[in-house]
Unconditional design. Structure first.
Lengths: 447, 172
């Protein structure tokens, strides 16, 4: 390499002399700068007002939600911070999607940070902001922790950060919510990595249109429906392989391309060739007519073996009269192993609802998002008419999902969204129904 | 290269518009050269510099270290160039494909001109890292700071870029 460097330096310095610009600031540039500043001041003022209001409302909601959830069985209640050993989710092929995508690089970066480099990696908000700049191209990105008091939630070892572009001059853009985790070392000094990316609460990407969208070995069908406040023109996608790739470089992905979004906000493409067993991350960017990324989604894919299991099934009532679940239905077969919490917390209750659905009642349990909406309405008391389902993610085999539900009333009145993440599982035969298995309360201000 | 120092006191003496004009006179040339080396396009480089100063206007008071104006400006230029390339990539995907025209470059390019051509063909991030390291003479840590990525990524980007440039030289 050394023989290139002198020529390279000389070339760069010589080429740099090729460009000349006006010696003084052009008047049109100054006028644009003043206009832009006016917008910025207005935006900052509105944001500050929203945040102040948000803190007040968020505390009220926190106390309300905690009290209500505290009455539920313990898995729904607030969890105590627990030390988690460093490592990764064994369910996924990669520990994180940015900046590092494998544990060796995570450890090396942790060592570098311990040695004084990249101090921003110990700050989840700054890490999120830089993701927005580097990967999404939002050069004026803003990021804020979803918890108004700035305390990083430690119940699941993760931090959730919303990020959006600097709105002035660009119009409103949806933004993203980033799930970050400390993969190198938990606690003080541990570096944060982006683990998953989802659209923020004001919009969503529903990928549930495909019957079997991303199963290794099968042809790849990628399709979905957008529900965003901003008009989208295209969806750029990449399905990355292995554990060494750069999310900002779609050329790294064996499957990658751009899909034009239809007038019905739907998109669909079928790719040639089967999905690789090495497929590890699906990354989508929703882009508007100006080429600006509106929002994004990064989903880590499970190792191939975990993607082909059929939906969980529950044995017929005749073989399970007392409610003790069996393996394959409800976990390990223990007395309290039934995974559902709501509306069914036991096999008996589940069968009752299963029968009801079979009779044509409670058909909302056939749909994950409707089940999630019903949950926040019945359990948390949020007005059903004001709910927004922002995101529904379904596992590759269709047996699990999580949905984010927002209260539109709170959002529009105070600039604060109350956001609940509902975990669901789909069980039963011949017609599986959805049951909530857990819920997490998320409160944050909206930029 | 961006080396001119502007002190805090100097920043406070003049009006904000005056500041912008003064900072433009001091830094715009360096910023334009950086933008040109990163983009390879003179007109685009000029546009990026104008946009960078538009964005810096009104943010002087927010700068944690006004003496480091050149650092902020450099970062803004790099980010704007990056945004441009991302937009262009999307636009190209939507444009109808046209037949590639024969290259306008003469076939007997000198080695350095070939180096320039290859440099421009590198992925944008590799090119940016190389320009920051070998033109701006920034350290790996500072380059990482400007690009908003870890130091390890900068090492990788520079290494890959140089590897490709070296391959061209060896071919000759």
């Amino acid at each position: 390499v050394s023989e290139v460097e002198p020529d390279l330096k000389e070339l760069l310095h010589r080429r740099a002399q090729d460009i000349r610009i006006p010696p003084d600031l052009p008047p049109p540039t100054l006028r644009r700068a003043r206009r832009r500043r006016g917008w910025s001041v207005a935006f900052v003022g509105m944001t500050a007002l929203a945040m102040i209001t948000g803190v007040v409302v968020a505390f009220q909601l926190t106390s309300t939600t905690s009290r209500r959830i505290g009455e539920s069985p313990s898995p729904l209640g607030p969890t105590e911070p627990t030390p988690v050993p460093p490592g990764t989710d064994s369910d996924f092929a990669v520990p994180s999607v940015w900046p590092e995508t494998n544990l060796d690089d995570v450890r090396a970066e942790q060592a570098a940070v311990d040695g004084g480099a990249d101090s921003w990696r110990t700050d989840p908000t700054e890490t999120a902001r830089r993701f927005a700049v580097s990967v999404l191209g939002w050069d004026q990105a803003v990021a804020s922790q979803m918890y108004p008091d700035g305390v990083v939630p430690t119940d699941d070892g993760d931090a959730f950060v919303t990020a959006g572009p600097y709105a002035s001059g660009h119009g409103l853009i949806t933004g993203v919510t980033l799930d970050l985790s400390q993969r190198g070392r938990r606690g003080q000094g541990g570096i944060w990595s982006v683990v998953d990316v989802v659209p923020d609460v004001s919009g969503g990407i529903d990928l549930s249109c495909g019957t079997n969208p991303l199963v290794p070995g099968n042809p790849v069908t990628l399709c979905g429906t957008l529900s965003l406040p901003d008009p989208a023109e295209s969806v750029r996608y990449g399905i990355f392989d292995g554990n060494r790739f750069d999310l900002s470089n779609f050329d790294d992905a064996p499957f990658q391309g751009t899909i034009v979004v239809g007038p019905d906000d739907q998109f669909r493409t079928e790719m040639a060739g089967p999905l690789s067993d090495q497929a590890s991350v699906l990354f989508l960017e929703v882009i508007d007519g100006r080429g600006i990324v509106l929002t994004a989604l990064a989903r880590r894919l499970s190792p191939s073996g975990a993607q082909t299991s059929p939906p969980a099934t529950i044995p017929p009532a005749t073989t399970q009269p007392t409610g003790a679940p069996t393996t394959g239905c409800c976990g390990d077969g223990g007395e309290n192993a039934f995974p559902g919490l709501w509306p069914a917390g036991s096999v008996d209750t589940f069968r009752f609802y299963e029968d009801e659905v079979a009779k044509g009642n409670r058909t909302w349990q056939l749909d994950a998002s409707q089940t999630a909406q019903q949950f926040v309405s019945d359990v948390l008391g949020w007005p059903a008419s004001d709910l927004q389902i922002s995101t529904v993610f379904t596992s590759l085999d269709g047996s699990e999902a999580f949905a984010t539900v927002a209260s539109a009333t709170v959002s529009s009145a105070a600039g604060v969204d109350a956001w609940e993440v509902i975990d669901l599982v789909r069980m039963g035969a011949p017609t599986p129904i959805w049951v909530a298995t857990g819920a997490r309360s998320k409160l944050f201000d909206v930029m | 290269m961006m080396r001119t120092e502007v002190g805090r006191g100097e920043l406070e003496r003049v009006s904000e518009s005056g500041r912008l004009g003064e900072l433009y006179r001091r830094h715009a040339g360096d910023a334009a050269r950086l933008a040109y080396l990163v983009t390879g396009d003179r007109a685009l480089a000029e546009d990026i510099v104008q946009e960078a100063f538009v964005r810096m206007y009104g943010r002087f008071r927010d700068l944690r270290n006004p003496d480091a104006f050149d650092v902020y400006l450099r970062r803004t230029v790099v980010n704007l160039a990056r945004s441009h390339f991302r937009r262009r990539k999307v636009e190209r995907k939507h444009l109808p494909r046209v037949e590639d025209e024969p290259s306008a470059e003469p076939p007997d390019l000198g080695e350095r001109e070939r180096l320039w051509t290859v440099l421009q063909s590198l992925p944008e991030r590799q090119r940016t890292a190389i320009v920051l390291r070998f033109y701006e003479d920034l350290s790996e840590a500072t380059t990482a700071e400007v690009m908003g990525c870890p130091v390890g990524t900068v090492k990788s980007l520079v290494s890959r870029g140089l590897e490709r440039l070296r391959a061209i030289v060896v071919e000759e």
